[in-house]
Design a binder for this molecule. Sequence first.
Ligand SMILES: [Zn+2]
Length: 317
Amino acid sequence: MAANLKYWLLAIALAGICADAPCGQSRAAEPAPAADTREAKKAFGAVKSPAGQMAPQAIGQYDCGCVAGAAKMQANGAGWQVMRLSRNRVWGHPVLLGYLGKLATDSQQLDGSPGILVGDMGQPIGGPLLGGHASHENGLDVDLWYAPMPGHTLSTEEREQTSAASVVNHETLIADKAVWTGAQVKLLRRAASYPEVARIFVHPAVKKALCDAADADRTWLQKIRPWYRHDDHFHIRLNCPPGSPSCQAQAPVAAGDDGCGKELDDWFKKLRAKPKPPIKPQPPAKPMLVSDLPPECQTLLAATERAEKIKAADSDR
Ligand SMILES: [Zn+2]
């Protein structure tokens, strides 16, 4: 079949199915006879590249979805460098790449930043990742390091071996003055300023430092929310872009709430609480299966795997 026709058929299939993601729940009473019961993170994690040209679509949820027509972030650009290239988590919806390019340029030109270090984005067609994240699945999430970009082009080894430095003193739960500077405040403020951003996740101590640093204009703080970890990187999440009818947005943050009050106090209480001893060993969580993902993602995976097989057979000839 001509490659173009194949992708048209896939595009039609992706456009016509409504995503009602059943992640973490049992599916409808009658499972499809050909349900793909492979572990989702292994199947999606094995995909090396997207299946050809396709209209970009973020599909499903941030933690239960995939992305069609993802674009690859180049390792180096105007004001950015990408870390950990070996993971192949450099893919995202084109709006994510556009956002990162804009943030990198604006940070340099308007805020005097040396540039940004980009961590994990998503896999070639998104989906669950083999390790490290519960989201980053539908092409709209990216991790950035708090550390500024060095003045030289990093070698492959440096990108693999340099560790992201924590900006939090875990004894005091205060941003560490040795590494936390006004530069990070400017970067986070700039990152939150674009309308395509839904949320930015940071460590509670980082949120506190931002609350303390903000002046009378506190609207930019609304999208920046505390979350577990995130002491050595922050996580930017974009809104569902136009042309992605089955993308499921998270509820927007409450307007007018800068998040510096009770919510933040509660986080510190949680962090300072003594860990409770486990009552009994918990059974391992049930792994997400390919069949738990939205139908469009199952179609996309199957088509991508077919395309990869054809490509491999062609290259063997
Ligand atoms: Zn993340």
